[in-house]
Design a protein around this ligand. Structure first.
Ligand code: GLU
Ligand code: ZN
Length: 293
């Protein structure tokens, strides 16, 4: 008998750092539509690891705005801030493989290290690629820092990580065609990326990868701006022996000037639109989706 294919699991994973806007509505509605069409599940995950920026009122607004849009999601909702232990376990595995090293550089230190080198490569977030300064620290240096209470960030040694994977890193990308295409990942563009910060014991990249696996997410549907992140996520999944979800990176909702919406563009927040009398059905259209069937 053929094996029953697993029930698809979709998720919408906003960060409660601001109000949801049309771009979020597009992601959330698309995930829910695809879950419904495939008989799958739809999860909501609150990505609140940035304890400085995450605010309870934004989390409350997420629930309210999504319910207003007519969405329903499974309870309990996973909040990343309640699961730092899971990310720590993943870090310990990478550490045991010899793939992490401590880094005590500030942003300023890094900027200074690459100053005067205008062609120094930048990562997809626009930060200078880490120049590897702290690789030169001796065990004594590290012990002295720990002794004086300095906790560093933990960086992935990209060269060693890439050397460990033998097959090319890739993923299945669904677009508008029925058949997915295979996209070759380029994790190297991230350089020695920080997987844990000195103030937060994880990072966006690590937490997403760990959670998608723990929650059994089979389909990651998110904005095209996260496409470069997927390269790194696939590498982490391989290193941590986690299943590969399928991906769909959807086009972004742009403002009248053709710019990507941001949390600060208050005029396109779902709240503001709702206050202006816009209906959930109109939000679907404004977010570039077909009317609900
Ligand atoms: N939390 C991320 C954001 O708000 C999205 C994460 C994801 O979909 O993988 O941009
Ligand atoms: Zn450093």
């Amino acid at each position: 008998m053929p094996e029953a294919s697993p029930q698809p699991v979709f998720r919408f994973a906003p960060s409660p750092n601001g109000l949801l806007h049309l771009g979020h509505a597009r992601s959330a509605l698309l995930n829910a539509d695809l879950a419904r069409a495939s008989g799958g599940r739809f999860l909501l995950r609150i990505e609140d690891i940035d304890l400085e920026r995450a605010r309870p009122e934004f989390e409350a607004a997420i629930y309210e705005d999504l319910a207003w849009l007519g969405l329903d999601w499974e309870r309990p909702v996973r909040r990343q801030s309640e699961h730092f232990g899971d990310y720590e376990s993943a870090l310990e595995r990478l550490e045991a493989m010899g793939l992490l090293y401590g880094c005590y550089c500030s942003r300023g230190d890094i900027a200074q290290a690459v100053a005067g080198r205008p062609d120094w490569p930048r990562d997809p977030d626009g930060s200078p690629r880490y120049p590897g300064t702290c690789l030169a620290l001796t065990d004594e240096d590290r012990a002295a820092r720990r002794f004086s209470g300095q906790y560093g960030a933990r960086r992935l040694h990209m060269g060693r990580a890439l050397a460990r994977v033998d097959a090319p890193v890739a993923w299945r990308e669904y677009g508008d065609e029925a058949e997915p295409r295979v996209v070759r990942a380029e994790p190297g563009v991230w350089g020695d990326v920080a997987l844990a910060r000195k103030d937060v014991p994880t990072s966006y990249h690590l937490a997403v990868v760990v959670d998608d696996a723990l929650q059994g997410v089979t389909d990651v549907v998110r904005g095209a701006d996260l496409m470069p992140a997927t390269s790194l996520h696939r590498l982490l999944q391989i290193l941590l022996d986690l299943p590969a979800p399928d991906y769909r990176h959807h086009s972004l909702v742009l403002d009248a000037e053709g710019r990507k919406l941001s949390k600060s563009s208050a005029s396109t927040s779902l709240r503001a639109l709702r206050a202006q009398g816009v209906t959930p059905a109109q939000i679907r259209l404004m977010a570039g989706l077909a009317p609900a069937g």
